[in-house]
Design a protein around this ligand. Structure first.
Ligand code: ASP
Length: 343
C-alpha cells in the first residue's frame, strides 16, 4: 500500500471508530449547576450553597429516574427560580421602573435546537417557557408581549408582577439608586458594590452522551427598561453541542455577549483544550481585555468538568458517580456522598 492510500485508509478507519464510539458511548451522567458569579456578601453564602445543592440533586434524581436531559436541567433551574437566594424567577433583581424583567435560554445538544425568552414580567418560570419555545415553535427566541401570549396559549399561569419582587431586590435597587455601582450590585451588598448578581444555570449529560444547557436570570439591578443581556442569547449565556460539550455562563452581560463567551469556551474544547482549560482561558481573556468579570460551568462530551470564575465568587455544585461536589469561593471544593434515593 503506497503511503498516500495508507494515510487515507487510516483516516477512514479513525473516522469509522469515532462514529462507532459516538453511537455506543456510555457516559457517567453528570449535572452541574451555578447560582451566579459575583461579589457575594457572606450573609447570602449559606442560602446559595443550599440552593445549588438542592438544584443539582433534583436534576440528578430526575435523570436517574428516567427523565429526559431537558427534564433534568429544567427541574434544576426551576428550583433556583423559586428560591429568592437567586436572581431568577422569584427574587429577580429590578429594573429602573422597580419591575422584574426576566430572561432564559435552553439548548439541546443533539440537534442544537434552542429556545430563548426575554422581557418576561409576570410568569414565574421563564425557563419552562424557553423549553416550550424550543419544543413547540419554529423560532429560537420570543420576547415581551409575544412571549407572554405564547406562554398563555401553552397554559402558563400569569402572576401579579409584584409577587415576584422581594424586599431584598427592592433594597438592592435603592442602594443602586443611592450609590451607583454601574448596575453591578449583588443583592444585600451595601457597602462594597458587587461585581455581579446571581443568574442560575444547569448543564447536564446523560449516559448516552446527550447534553443540554439552561440559563435563567433577572438581569442586573437598575438596568434600563427593555435591556436584554447575555443570558437569553445562544452562544453568550448558553451553548450545547453533543459533539463537543455544554456551557452556561454568568456575570456582566454586556461583556459576556461581546465575546460570545459560551461559544468561545466550546471553540476552545473543539480545538483540543480540556473543559477546565477552555473555560479558564476564555474567561481570563475576556476579563483581561474588557475588565468585567464572569463565571461558567462546562461539561465535555465525555462528562469532564470545567468550572471557573474571574469574579470573587460563584456558587456551583455537581453530582457525579455517587458524590456531590460544591463550592462558592476560589479553590473551595467540598465533596460529600450522594444518595440518589434519599428524600
Ligand atoms: N449575565 C446576567 C446579565 O447580565 C447577570 C448575571 O449573570 O449575574 O443579565
Amino acid at each position: 500500500m503506497c503511503l498516500l492510500s495508507l494515510y487515507e485508509h487510516t483516516k477512514q478507519r479513525t473516522h469509522f471508530t469515532d462514529i462507532y464510539k459516538t453511537e455506543i458511548k456510555m457516559v457517567e451522567p453528570v449535572i452541574i449547576v451555578h447560582g451566579g458569579a459575583g461579589d457575594i456578601p457572606e450573609n447570602r453564602v449559606p442560602a446559595k450553597i443550599k440552593g445549588v445543592k438542592l438544584a443539582a440533586s433534583l436534576g440528578y434524581k430526575s435523570l436517574n429516574s428516567g427523565g429526559s436531559i431537558l427534564d433534568a436541567i429544567e427541574v434544576a433551574v426551576r428550583s433556583m427560580e423559586d428560591d429568592e437566594a437567586f436572581n431568577a424567577g422569584y427574587g429577580s433583581v429590578l429594573n429602573l421602573d422597580a419591575a422584574v424583567e426576566m430572561e432564559a435560554s435552553m439548548q439541546r445538544g443533539s440537534d442544537l435546537q434552542a429556545g430563548c425568552v426575554t422581557l418576561i414580567r409576570d410568569i414565574r418560570h421563564p425557563i419552562s417557557i424557553a423549553r416550550r419555545v424550543l419544543e413547540k415553535t419554529p423560532h429560537a427566541m420570543l420576547g415581551g408581549d409575544g412571549a407572554r401570549r405564547f406562554a398563555i396559549s401553552e397554559g402558563f399561569e400569569t402572576v401579579p408582577p409584584s409577587s415576584l419582587v422581594t424586599d431584598a431586590a427592592l433594597q438592592a435597587l435603592e442602594d443602586f439608586l443611592n450609590g451607583g455601582g454601574g448596575g453591578r450590585i449583588e443583592i444585600g451588598h451595601k457597602k462594597d458594590m458587587g461585581d455581579g448578581v446571581s443568574t442560575v444555570g444547569a448543564v447536564a449529560i446523560d449516559s448516552e452522551g446527550r447534553i443540554a444547557v439552561a440559563t435563567s436570570t433577572g438581569g442586573m439591578t437598575g438596568k434600563y427598561v427593555g435591556r436584554i443581556g447575555d443570558t437569553p442569547q445562544i452562544g453568550s449565556g448558553t451553548y450545547a453541542d453533543d459533539k463537543i460539550g455544554g456551557v452556561s455562563t454568568t456575570g456582566h452581560g454586556e461583556t459576556i455577549l461581546k465575546v460570545c463567551l459560551a461559544h468561545s469556551i466550546i471553540i476552545g474544547m473543539e480545538k483540543g483544550l480540556s473543559p477546565q482549560e477552555a473555560t479558564t482561558q476564555a474567561i481570563d481573556a475576556m476579563t483581561n481585555r474588557l475588565t468585567e468579570t464572569a463565571g461558567a460551568i462546562t461539561l465535555s462530551n465525555k462528562g469532564d468538568i470545567g468550572m471557573y470564575f474571574s469574579s470573587k465568587m460563584m456558587a456551583w455544585c455537581y453530582v457525579k458517580a455517587g458524590k456531590i461536589h460544591y463550592g462558592i469561593k476560589p479553590n473551595e471544593h467540598n465533596i460529600e456522598d450522594f444518595d440518589v434515593n434519599a428524600p
